[in-house]
Design a protein around this ligand. Structure first.
Ligand code: SDX
Length: 426
C-alpha cells in the first residue's frame, strides 16, 4: 500500500510540506512531523495532548470506549483471571507465561525481594514524619549506588535483571517506608509467601507474633497492584522514558517516575480522594462540594474524577468498585461512611450536566483509597502503593525503549522572552 501523506501549508510560507502518516495495529493514525525541525518549524502541543512520543506494543487505551489492553488482553479479564506477577511477566515479555516460565519468574522475583542491609541506614536519616513518597523516591534512586557498576543497559540480560530486582524490591521498600513512620522493626520478606501476601506481612506483621495475612485481603491487594501495573504514556511513564533516553541507570529512572507520580493530578490523586471524602464527611455536604468542583473560580476539583484519555468510565475504576464491595464485606464495614459518601458522590456527579458535558467519570483513584484505608494502609502511603503497582509498567517501557534504536528526548519551545539586547554600559 502506498505511503499515506498529510499536506501542511502555512500562510506566508510558499511551500507545502508532505508528512508521512503511519497506522498502528489499532487506534489513531499519527503524522510524522520530524522533518519540520529541518524547515525551522516546530509543532506546538503543551501537555502533549495530541502527541505520540514513541512506538509501543505494551498497552493500548481507547478513552472513548473505556478500553484498556495489556499486550492485547483486556484489563477486566486480567483482573479476574491473572495475578500481578503474571501480568508483570506479560508486560515485560509480550506474552503470557506457560506454567514453567511463570514459576521461574515468580522464583526470580522472590529471591530479589530482600534489600541490602545498608539501605536501613538511609531510612534512619529520614524524620519519622517524612512523607513515604519522599522516602521512596530517595531510596529507590539510591539503589543505583548498589548496582550501577554491574549494569550495562545495552545488555538485554542486564536490563531484565534490573527489571526483576526493582519489581521485587518495591514492596519491601514500601513496607519499610511504613515501618519507619510507625517506629516498628522492618519485617523481612518470607520466601514461602506470594507477592501481595508478603507485602501485607512486611507491612503489618511484627517480630512478636506469627504472620497472619488474610487471603481475601492478599487477593484484593494483588488485584490492586495489577490494576495499576501500566497505563500507556502517562506522565510518570513518559518521565521514566525521558530519563532513560539519556542512558541513566534504571533505578534513577524509576525514581524519576516516582517523583512524577507523586503529584495530586496523577498518582497522588488516591491520597487526595481520601482527604476529600474526609472533608466532605457525610452525604449532606456533597452538593456543596459538587458546586465548588463546578465553579471555575474555585480551584477545588473532584479528586478521582476525570482523565486526560478516558472520556468514559475508567475500566479499572469499575473493577476497583467491585473489590471495594468485597473487602468492606470481608471486614464487616460494608456500611463504611466514606464508601457511602463516595457512592453517593459518584451517582450525583454522573447525573450532573457539568460532568456529563466534560465526560468526567471516576478514574482508577476514586475507589482505591477506600479499599487501602479499609485494609489498614495509611492515606500517606496510598501513592506508594500506586508506585509499587506501576513499577512493572515503568520498567517495561524503559526496557522497550532501550531494546530499539532511540534518541535522547529533547523537546523544543515557542520562545516568548526578550530578543537579543546588550548589557547596559556601566
Ligand atoms: C491518574 O494519564 C494517566 O493515564 C494517569 C493514570 C495512570 O494510570 O497513570 O490514569 C492515573 O493520574 C488518574 C487521574 C488522577 N487525577 C485526578 O483524579 C485529579 C482530578 N482530575 C483532574 O485534575 C483532571 O481530570 C486530570 C488531571 C486527570 C485530567 O486533566 P486534563 O485532561 O488536563 O483536563 P482539564 O484539566 O483540561 O479539564 C477539562 C475540563 C476543565 O473544565 P473547563 O475549563 O473545560 O470548564 O474539565 C474540568 C476542568 O476544570 N475538570 C474537572 C475535573 N477534571 C477536569 N472539574 C472538576 N473536577 C475534576 N476532577
Amino acid at each position: 500500500m502506498s505511503e499515506r501523506k498529510a499536506q501542511l501549508t502555512i500562510d506566508g510560507v510558499d511551500k507545502t510540506f508532505e508528512l508521512p502518516v503511519y497506522e498502528g495495529s489499532t487506534g489513531p493514525d499519527v503524522v510524522d512531523v520530524r522533518s519540520l525541525a529541518g524547515e525551522g518549524i516546530f509543532t506546538y502541543d503543551p501537555g502533549f495532548v495530541s502527541t505520540a512520543s514513541c512506538d509501543s506494543e505494551i498497552t493500548y487505551i481507547d478513552g472513548a470506549k473505556g478500553i484498556l489492553l495489556h499486550r492485547g488482553y483486556p484489563i477486566e479479564q486480567l483482573a479476574e483471571k491473572s495475578t500481578f506477577l503474571e501480568t508483570c511477566y506479560l508486560l515485560l515479555n509480550g506474552e503470557l507465561p506457560d506454567s514453567a516460565a511463570l514459576t521461574e519468574f515468580e522464583t526470580s522475583i522472590r529471591y530479589h525481594t530482600m534489600v541490602d542491609e545498608q539501605i536501613h541506614q538511609f531510612f534512619r536519616g529520614f524524620p519519622r514524619t517524612a512523607h513515604p513518597m519522599a522516602m521512596l523516591c530517595g531510596v529507590v534512586g539510591a539503589l543505583s549506588a548498589f548496582y550501577h557498576d554491574t549494569l550495562n543497559i545495552d545488555d538485554p540480560g542486564h536490563r531484565m535483571l534490573a527489571a526483576h530486582r526493582i519489581i521485587a524490591k518495591m514492596p519491601t521498600l514500601a513496607a519499610m517506608c511504613y515501618k519507619h513512620g510507625v517506629g516498628q522493626p522492618y519485617m523481612y520478606p518470607q520466601n514461602d509467601m506470594g507477592f501481595a501476601e508478603n507485602f501485607l506481612h512486611m507491612m503489618f506483621s511484627t517480630p512478636c507474633e506469627e504472620p497472619n495475612v488474610s487471603p481475601t485481603l492478599a487477593k484484593a491487594m494483588d488485584t490492586i497492584f495489577l490494576l495499576h501495573a501500566d497505563h500507556e504514556q502517562n506522565a510518570s511513564t513518559s518521565t521514566v522514558r525521558l530519563a532513560g533516553s539519556s542512558g541513566a541507570n534504571p533505578y534513577a529512572c524509576i525514581s524519576s517516575g516516582i517523583a512524577a507520580l507523586w503529584g495530586p493530578a496523577h498518582g497522588g490523586a488516591n491520597e487526595a480522594v481520601l482527604r476529600m471524602l474526609n472533608r466532605i464527611g457525610d452525604e449532606s455536604k456533597i452538593d456543596e462540594f459538587i458546586a465548588r468542583a463546578k465553579d471555575p473560580k474555585d480551584s477545588f476539583r473532584l479528586m478521582g474524577f476525570g482523565h486526560r484519555v478516558y472520556k468514559n468510565f475508567d475500566p479499572r475504576a469499575k473493577v476497583m468498585r467491585q473489590i471495594c464491595d468485597e473487602v468492606l464485606d470481608e471486614l464487616g464495614s460494608e456500611d463504611d461512611p466514606l464508601f457511602r459518601v463516595a457512592r453517593k458522590l459518584e451517582k450525583i456527579a454522573l447525573e450532573d450536566d457539568y460532568f456529563i458535558e466534560r465526560k468526567l467519570y471516576p478514574n482508577v483513584d476514586f475507589y482505591s483509597g477506600i479499599i487501602l484505608k479499609a485494609i489498614g494502609i495509611p492515606t500517606s502511603l496510598f501513592t506508594v502503593i500506586f508506585a509499587t503497582g506501576r513499577t512493572p509498567g515503568w520498567i517495561a517501557h524503559w526496557n522497550e525503549m532501550l531494546s530499539h534504536a532511540y534518541r535522547i528526548g529533547r523537546p523544543r519551545q515557542l520562545y516568548k522572552g526578550p530578543t537579543r539586547r546588550d548589557y547596559p554600559a556601566k
